[in-house]
Design a protein around this ligand. Structure first.
Ligand SMILES: O=C(O)CCC(=O)C(=O)O
Length: 280
């Protein structure tokens, strides 16, 4: 049975555009809990690391592989998200990882155009049967570096990725330049609690945050159970996901990660394939 929260129109939009915005995916109380957990959970704070852009401005990040019983672990396991992912990916899914991408006022870093599958392909995931949902914790606008998506770019298939001009990993610039001539760039402006579901081949980027307003988001990423990677790497093989009711988030309240719960990575290391520089 299809338990996706997407209406047929939203589903058609996802298939056509490679993304769909769900306003109020989490209500204000839930969004506040997620925001407070990211701000105050000692596990999150202990695992912060910086991802720098070409100018040296950073996105502060924390990344965890397995969702536990923290409020954000429960959100990643909630029916509303997992059932929707199962519908989008055509079968059972598992949690591939989650992350916080936090851009502070005035000094938040940019992201180059990339596809998530540009990375995940190198992790031994054979098929692009992967997707993410980005949840806004703050108001995200053009000014504070909201996500930009290239509409329908998922239909291009996977593009080669490598280091661009000595900085971040990104999609091959010549191909991106051509794609930008054909496809529309959409600024995904979001209110706290809004969720953007997007395909792993959708090209996306974001600008620096030079504004006085913070821009924090959390991303929950999923892989199809039938697409378990063939290479051991820093994200998990297929691990059964225990879904929880949508009510579990509020019932948990401001619950933090426990010892055997959400498992954090210390830092993020790109595989050798992604360390190659793409000459312009
Ligand atoms: O937070 C952002 O602006 C971009 C994050 C992103 O694209 C990613 O984590 O793959």
């Amino acid at each position: 049975m299809n338990r996706s929260i997407l209406t047929p129109e939203q589903r058609a939009a996802y298939d056509r555009d490679g993304y769909v915005m769900v306003r109020g995916l989490f209500d204000p109380e839930e969004a506040k809990l997620l925001q407070q957990a990211m701000e105050t959970d000692p596990q999150v704070r202990e695992h912060f690391y910086n991802r720098k852009d070409a100018q040296g401005l950073a996105t502060r990040m924390a990344l965890w592989n397995h969702p536990g019983d923290s409020v954000y672990g429960l959100a990643a396991r909630s029916h509303r998200i997992v059932d929707t992912m199962e519908s989008l990916l055509g079968g059972e899914v598992y949690h591939y990882h989650s992350k916080l991408t936090a851009k502070e006022p005035f000094e938040g870093g940019a992201w180059e155009w990339h596809q998530d599958y540009g990375y995940w392909y190198n992790n031994g995931c054979l098929f692009p049967l992967m997707a993410s949902v980005m949840v806004a914790l703050d108001k995200c606008t053009k000014e504070n570096g909201c996500l930009q998506v290239l509409r329908a770019s998922h239909l291009m298939g996977r593009i080669d990725h490598g280091v661009i001009q000595g900085s971040q990993v990104g999609a091959e610039p010549t191909r991106v330049e051509q794609a930008l001539k054909h496809l529309e760039t959409v600024y995904a402006e979001m209110e706290p609690g809004d969720g953007l579901f997007f395909h792993c081949n959708t090209l996306h980027r974001s600008d620096q945050n030079r504004s006085p307003n913070r821009r924090w988001k959390v991303l929950f990423c999923y892989n199809a159970a039938r697409n378990s990677p063939y290479i051991e790497h820093h994200h998990p093989f297929y691990t059964p996901l225990e879904k929880v009711s949508d009510a579990a988030i509020k019932e948990a309240g401001l619950k933090f990660a426990s010892g055997s719960g959400d498992t954090f990575l210390k830092t993020f290391v790109n595989p050798p394939e992604l360390k190659k520089t793409i000459e312009l």
